[in-house]
Design a protein around this ligand. Structure first.
Ligand SMILES: [Zn+2]
Length: 82
């Protein structure tokens, strides 16, 4: 199961934007229910998104989003390559 986590990275930011289908949304939420790592990721992303929006009322800038994703990916790869 844990090996699937990196597959969710791209979906998680869409999920926070409400840009996923109901099916994918349910799948992500089911995964979040059993995966602490992804819950932490969503919390982190959600806080970042909230902070960004509170400041500018704009979507998460693409550059920041890409940076976040690569950060998350690195963290995951480190964690699951052990
Ligand atoms: Zn996960």
């Amino acid at each position: 199961m844990a090996g699937k986590c990196p597959d969710y990275i791209n979906d998680l930011s869409d999920y926070l934007d409400g840009g996923v289908s109901p099916e994918l949304c349910a799948e992500i939420e089911a995964h979040l229910g059993e995966c602490r790592e992804c819950r932490i990721m969503v919390d982190t992303l959600r806080q970042t998104v909230t902070l960004c929006r509170a400041g500018a009322e704009e979507p998460l800038p693409q550059a920041l989003e890409n940076k976040l994703k690569s950060l998350l990916r690195q963290r995951w790869e480190k964690k699951f390559s052990k």
